[in-house]
Design a protein around this ligand. Structure first.
Ligand code: GLV
Length: 309
């Protein structure tokens, strides 16, 4: 029985090293080193080329090497009846908390604008806001969304959140479902997108949604590029509906060199780096889930096939 790793970037070394550090005899392979497809009973993947999961007749589990699983569901060859897992990791969570806190503070203190002013040698104080006077609305209240809410609450922001169902999170006013989306948006001055990417949430950050936000709202997208209608965002920034956006994720990554976002001073671009899977902190749960599979125990961090997240 074996664990197979499949990555689009073929960057296997850190993963092999981290797993072998826990157990030097652990049966972990890459598509290049695997001898027998029949041996594979667990696959861990990151953006595997579509069709990669075919022809492993004894495979029981397909897991994501990150928090997101949209890359797995996008593959039409994903087997129907397969167990699925994802990564839930303290470092991934902590990194996301820090990143979103940095972006929200950046937004209310206008630091982006000063970067532009500096290039122009322009000494020009502009009014700033204080955290207790600003409402941050978090879309998506899963493990990451809830953790980010806690950090923002500790830093005195007013908080609202929107998800499929109501959540009980300290200091956060919770909104749920399509019927409460407009109410959620009406007070959201900084919108943080941490939604899973599914058929329901694709293109959700579009002109209709932007219209429902207060004027000068700010967007922070740390989920997936597929949540955003790029042209609608550009237009809302241009017509002043939105004051700015911090984008960590894009439809195509790396962001193509000729994409208009690059030259938009109101957009702060980061290269999908808010929170990255660190093999050395994740290997433990991979090894544990593999052992659980062998002994017939429940797997940890499972993904719902029905909900697609
Ligand atoms: C990163 O985007 C992840 O899903 O872990």
């Amino acid at each position: 029985m074996s664990l197979l790793l499949i990555r689009n970037d073929k960057n296997y070394e850190p993963w092999l090293k981290a797993i072998k550090k826990i157990d030097p005899d652990f049966p972990v392979f890459t598509p290049e080193s695997l001898k027998n497809k029949e041996d594979v009973n667990m696959i861990l993947a990151w953006k595997a080329p579509h069709g990669s999961f075919d022809n492993y007749p004894n495979n029981k589990v397909i897991g994501s090497m990150g928090a997101g699983v949209d890359h797995l569901f996008e593959d039409p060859s994903l087997p129907e009846n397969i167990k699925m897992t994802r990564i839930v990791d303290e470092n991934l969570i902590g990194d996301m908390q820090e990143f979103v806190l940095a972006q929200t503070l950046n937004a209310i203190k206008n630091l982006n604008t000063y970067t532009t002013f500096q290039k122009e040698h322009n000494w020009k104080p502009i009014p700033y806001k204080r955290a207790p006077d600003v409402t941050v609305g978090i879309m998506g209240l899963g493990v990451l969304g809830e953790a980010v809410a806690k950090t923002l609450h500790r830093n005195n922001f007013k908080l609202t959140g929107w998800a499929n169902s109501k959540k009980d999170i300290d200091g956060l006013e919770s909104f749920a479902g399509d019927e409460q989306l407009d109410d959620f948006l009406a007070t959201t001055e900084i919108l943080v997108c941490l939604l899973p990417l599914t058929e329901e949430t694709k293109n959700i950050l579009n002109k209709n949604l932007f219209k429902k936000l207060p004027d000068n709202a700010y967007i922070i997208n740390v989920a997936r590029g597929g949540h955003v209608v790029d042209d609608d965002l550009t237009e809302a920034l241009k017509n002043g509906k939105l004051s700015g956006a911090a984008l960590d994720v894009f439809h195509t990554e790396p962001l193509p060199e000729d994409h208009p976002f690059w030259d938009n001073e109101k957009i702060l671009i980061t290269p999908h780096t808010a929170s990255k899977s660190d093999p050395s902190s994740i290997a433990d749960q991979v090894v544990e889930n593999y052992k659980r599979l062998q002994s017939g125990e429940e797997l940890k961090n499972t993904v719902s096939r029905e909900k697609n997240y």
